[in-house]
Ligand binder design. Structure first.
Ligand code: ATP
Length: 215
């Protein structure tokens, strides 16, 4: 059972593969918002990019290996089980119906994803069911589109403490741990036979190598 006083953070993405940018950011968000758990939700088919190089099952396995030693981190397979294109709007509605109306629900995304928000299906509905916690990310040079800026303005909050008593409805831009790593660079390193030490958990690297991923 989720503690209604703290709420639930959901971290969606392709996780192809999961890396320390995801894991350290998730911990930092939990600390910031006083949460006791975060759920990683890998997509089955991401709507805005070419299909991942690894299978949904392999991405789920890597997430499970990366989080198994930490009770606060859980992996949720609802997008993989649902199959088809994975829409965040559907996922957040399903979490909301499980949590009830009053429990805070936070959706974590990087600033690069936020810059493409207006391309997401039913993007304006997301704050009807969740807060958006937008992570600053090193090296992101994309601009937030005017349409997203206009829509965000009345929802933005400066201090995350102000949203901890609300179930949904706000957007918080945060600058927490700055982990300069991308899944793209990890895939490229593995492709040329370089071990991505320090960029993701060692056991996840071992899994990727054992399964010949990204070679
Ligand atoms: P790729 O390089 O394949 O595009 P990625 O590293 O961006 O992958 P995703 O699984 O696509 O990883 O990211 C899931 C979510 O995590 C996205 O919202 C993304 O913006 C965010 N994210 C990824 N890496 C970081 C990071 N280093 N710092 C903050 N947010 C991140």
């Amino acid at each position: 059972m989720t503690n209604p006083e703290t709420g639930l953070a959901v971290f969606g993405g392709t996780f192809d593969p999961v890396h320390f940018g995801h894991l350290k950011s998730a911990s930092a968000v939990m600390d910031l918002l006083g949460l006791s758990r975060v759920k990683f939700v890998p997509s089955f088919v991401p709507p805005h990019r070419i299909n991942p190089s690894s299978t949904p099952g392999q991405r789920l396995s890597m997430l499970r290996i990366a989080t198994c030693a930490d009770d606060t981190m859980q992996v949720d397979d609802r997008e993989v089980s649902r199959q088809g294109v994975s829409y965040t709007a559907d996922t957040l509605v399903s979490f909301r119906s499980e949590l009830g109306a009053a429990v805070p629900l936070y959706f974590i995304l990087g600033i690069d994803s936020y810059c493409t928000l207006n391309e997401w299906d039913r993007w304006r509905d997301l704050t009807d069911v969740a807060h958006l916690v937008v992570l600053d990310r090193p090296g992101c040079s994309q601009e937030i589109p005017d349409e997203v800026l206009d829509w965000s303005r009345s929802r933005l909050v400066d201090d995350p403490k102000d949203i901890r008593h609300l179930p949904c409805g706000t957007i918080c831009l945060v600058s927490l741990v700055q982990v300069e790593v991308t899944a793209t660079e990890i895939r490229e390193m593995l492709k040329i036979g370089t071990r991505p030490t320090g960029k993701m958990p060692e056991k996840v690297i071992d899994f990727a190598l054992e399964h010949g991923l990204y070679c």
